[in-house]
Write a protein that binds this ligand. Structure first.
Ligand code: HEM
Length: 433
């Protein structure tokens, strides 16, 4: 009895400490589990591979950087930085990327992640998440435009699903009041300072005329432009956008002075009536935001410091770690020309399974011989057989799963527009593989 008591009194503090440790562990946010060395052992060249891909992509298509930065922002603000924007819509579900607020995101932004993922899969299949790729690619692209460097901790998992219905209310809109903008950011634990600093991202990129048309054509029924806008600027925009109802692709630089440079010109612009979007100009008026706009306009270093801090915060919004997510494998679309390359890679790297699926009914692959392609959620499944899968030209979606050992390798060659399966094709379970 006495011994038991001693044991009891000795274990109580230990139990308390253990319980506290457990509580701490459970309470620690997912972002605390991220680290800069996350892929050091599993994919040591990951950052270099992403950097190489992103650099050449930006050089060949200079609109990439701004598009990717916006894609990252939209991904993080809806359900966290989890690459849910990379998941395609299918016959059963409209994905985030096809929500109204995301329609104008340029294909090149998605392509940044797709290309990086392709390159990474060759070196370290199934290791690096698309969410981490997007976070790193964004950082590198901001740097390429002359912006500040900031640290990106890694280990994000990718979303398991993506729903367009989750978008409304989570992203800011140009016609929101400053109160509403502050609220949207506050919901993601972003302060007014974070919001104003992040808005400095509008120092690069474009906006389509429809986003600011109400400011330049018949503003509030006055027949002219928003009087807070610089007149010459408004008139130039009226000219540029004259045809915007017929041609929806017409767009203007967000920063009319130094459009391709990640500098503090955006803040100088909004103070001079050269803000493009109503939400930009509003920041120069509200008494909570104007002092920050003035501060960043006068001091680029102050902008860089606060932007860096805010991007580090943005990069960990709602991140998923452990079993809350997955690593997307080849979960994206490829242009037809790229398919042949991919299939050869598949052969070389001995991937065991490959499913080809199409999202839109018009592109559904025609079935010939023994291979049957059926639509299932997210992809189409390939039934075991040898034969031909004829896929119509256009964008084809390919999902590749790495070899686990004993199963036969699927040898596929792209010949004209016919994919020939020359070996056993494994059945993919319904829904997810
Ligand atoms: C404060 C509220 C914000 C509003 C209302 C807003 C709204 C918009 C709109 C309407 C466009 C034009 C899209 C188009 O026509 O294609 C745009 C572009 C852009 N936004 Fe924002 N945005 C906000 C904040 C942010 C933040 C926080 C970031 C990044 C951290 C960001 C990054 C960008 C970039 C880089 C572009 C140019 C995209 C391109 O050239 O493809 N925005 N934004």
């Amino acid at each position: 009895m006495r011994n038991n008591l001693v044991v009891a009194t000795m274990t109580a503090p230990v139990a308390t400490v253990l319980a506290a440790a457990l509580l701490l562990f459970l309470a620690s946010p997912a972002s605390a589990k991220l680290s800069t060395a996350y892929y050091q052992k599993t994919c040591p060249n990951a950052e270099q591979i992403i950097s190489d891909v992103v650099t050449s992509k930006q050089i060949s298509t200079p609109t990439t950087a701004a598009g990717t930065l916006r894609l990252f922002f939209h991904d993080c603000f809806v359900g966290g930085c989890d690459a849910s924007m990379l998941i395609s819509t299918n016959a059963f579900n409209r994905a985030e990327r096809d929500a109204d607020d995301n329609i104008s995101l340029p294909g090149d932004a998605f392509d940044t992640v797709i290309r990086s993922k392709t390159a990474l899969e060759l070196q370290c299949p199934g290791v690096v998440s698309c969410a981490d790729i997007l976070a790193l690619a964004t950082r590198n692209l901001v740097l390429m435009l002359g912006g500040p460097f900031y640290t990106v901790r890694l280990g994000r998992k990718d979303a398991l699903a993506s729903f367009a219905a989750t978008v409304p209310g989570n992203l800011p809109r140009t016609n929101m009041t400053v109160d509403q903008l502050i609220e949207v950011f506050a919901e993601k634990k972003m302060t007014v300072q974070d919001m104003v600093a992040l808005s400095g991202a509008h120092t690069v990129g474009f906006s389509h005329c429809s986003e600011f048309a109400s400011r330049i054509f018949g503003y509030k029924g006055n027949g002219g432009h928003d009087p807070t806008m610089n007149t010459q600027y408004a008139e130039a925009l009226q000219k540029a956008c004259a045809n915007y109802l017929k041609d929806e692709t017409i767009a203007a630089f967000n920063d009319v002075m130094t459009p391709g440079k990640f500098d503090n010109m955006y803040y100088k612009n909004v103070l001079r009536g050269l803000g493009l979007l109503a939400s930009d100009s509003a920041l120069a008026v509200d008494k909570r935001t104007r002092p920050l706009v003035e501060r960043y306009a006068a001091n680029q270093t102050a902008f860089y410091i606060d932007f860096t801090h805010a991007m580090e915060k943005l990069s960990v919004v709602g991140v998923k770690t452990g079993r809350k997510g997955e690593i997307h494998d080849f979960f994206f679309s490829l242009e037809w020309d790229a398919l042949d390359d991919l299939l050869q890679q598949v052969e070389r790297r001995q991937y065991q399974r490959l499913s080809v699926w199409q999202v839109s009914a018009t592109q559904v692959g025609k079935v010939n011989g023994h291979v049957k392609v059926l639509p299932v959620i997210g992809h189409m499944k390939v039934l075991p057989a040898t034969g031909h899968v004829k896929v119509l030209p256009g964008t084809v979606h390919v999902r590749v799963l790495p070899t686990t050992g004993h199963e036969k390798v699927l040898l596929v060659t792209a010949h004209e527009k016919v994919l020939t399966a020359t070996s056993h094709v494994k059945v993919l379970p319904e829904g997810r593989a």
